[in-house]
Design a protein around this ligand. Structure first.
Ligand code: NDP
Length: 328
């Protein structure tokens, strides 16, 4: 057994430290599949873990990184063999289980999803947990009964990772997408992804009224707090909002009015412990319903040694779309 390159988080007197170092393969945690990681990515949660701004990491030392794509190197799982191309999102990686910013990862075979044909390991991480979560949100809205003919859909944090992928998918599915952003300079970018209208996120930042003018039939929210409360108050009778994020805060200053007077539904989206069959469906849907050209448009690439800087920038709302991290 040898060593491999990894981004290691350690506990310090005050907070945590993060550095790229050599990690001993013998210290990898339990799992029946060892994967040669080719690509990882930068998600908002990675920013929280890398900077120590929230207690994401709950075991030390930790290898940061909540998702990877790569090739199976060794397997004792009957489901996987050497050379299989796989993607892994969440399951506590980078939190309680050694994570993805490393040349090797050892995980349970049950956590892995086979990459659909047509999605490279780099594409998989251009999509990443943010994009797979956007797909879960779209699937939840569809399960609720939302269709393109139901009316417009709103996407908040639209220039971010979840928002960019949600905008691209929903527009490909024929929806009239209203993209909410605080970055007016990204209007052309959002139109290129398929947004039909752009609104200033300040419109959704006022103190929420219990009910407001009905503006959309559904939505994907990665912002939370007052924004989500405003979204609910502006959702049409019988509509639904899929809540997946907290970029503006964890609170939700709403009332029961949208639920009991308009039959609006709030759909919770969790990517971390989502069951495996729904993940497989989400990845198949991403292969079908996300335009490769739009994915390219929204994706930047960085090497592992730039991920610490990028982690601070994503928390500051300065990262547009998706960022892939080249590992090997
Ligand atoms: P990004 O940082 O890429 O996107 C977040 C976007 O939110 C920003 O780009 C910005 O969009 C907007 N935003 C940021 N701060 C504020 C603010 N104070 N008020 C209003 N809008 C703000 O992050 P991701 O897309 O990776 O993640 C988005 C959220 O979803 C995070 O909270 C993350 O933790 C969560 N998430 C949850 C998952 C789950 O399983 N439920 C999985 C993945 C992510 P703009 O500039 O366009 O206004």
């Amino acid at each position: 057994m040898g060593t491999f390159k990894a981004l290691r988080i350690d506990k310090a007197d005050k907070g945590t430290t993060a550095q790229i170092t050599q990690f001993d393969e013998a210290e990898l945690m339990d799992g029946d599949v060892t994967v040669r990681v080719e690509w990882s990515t930068l998600n908002y949660k990675d920013g929280l873990a890398l900077t120590g701004k929230a207690p994401v990491v709950r075991r030390f030392p930790m290898i940061a990184g909540i998702d990877f794509a790569g090739t199976v190197e060794k397997s004792t799982s009957p489901d996987w063999k050497t050379g299989d191309r796989v993607v892994c999102n969440g399951w506590g990686m980078g939190e309680t289980h050694l994570g993805a910013y490393a040349e090797k990862a050892r995980v349970k075979g049950d956590w892995l999803v086979k990459l659909p044909d047509g999605i490279s390991t780099r594409d998989a991480m251009a999509i990443g947990t943010a994009g797979y979560t956007a797909m879960l949100a779209v699937m939840a809205l569809e399960d609720h009964g939302l269709k393109a003919v139901s009316g417009a859909v709103v996407v908040t944090g639209a220039a971010g990772g979840v928002g960019s992928v949600a905008t691209a998918i929903l527009s490909k599915l024929g929806y009239h997408v209203i993209a909410s952003t605080g970055r007016a300079a990204e209007a052309d970018y959002l139109r290129a992804l398929g947004a039909a209208e752009i609104i200033d996120r300040a419109e959704l930042a006022a103190t929420p009224r219990p009910l407001n003018k009905e503006r959309w039939a559904g939505g994907v929210d990665s912002v939370g707090s007052t924004t989500l409360a405003n979204l609910l108050s502006m959702t049409k009778y019988g509509g639904a909002i899929a809540a997946c994020g907290l970029a503006a805060g964890m609170d939700l200053p709403t009332s029961v009015a949208p639920f009991i007077l308009r039959g609006v539904c709030l759909l919770g989206i969790d990517s971390v412990m989502c069951e495996i069959s729904r993940r497989r469906t989400a990845w198949q849907r991403l292969a079908r319903d996300l335009d490769k050209s739009k994915l390219t448009e929204m994706t930047a690439e960085i090497p592992l040694d730039q991920v610490l800087d990028a982690g601070a920038r994503i928390l500051a709302g300065q990262v547009r779309g998706r960022t892939v991290v080249k590992i090997t």
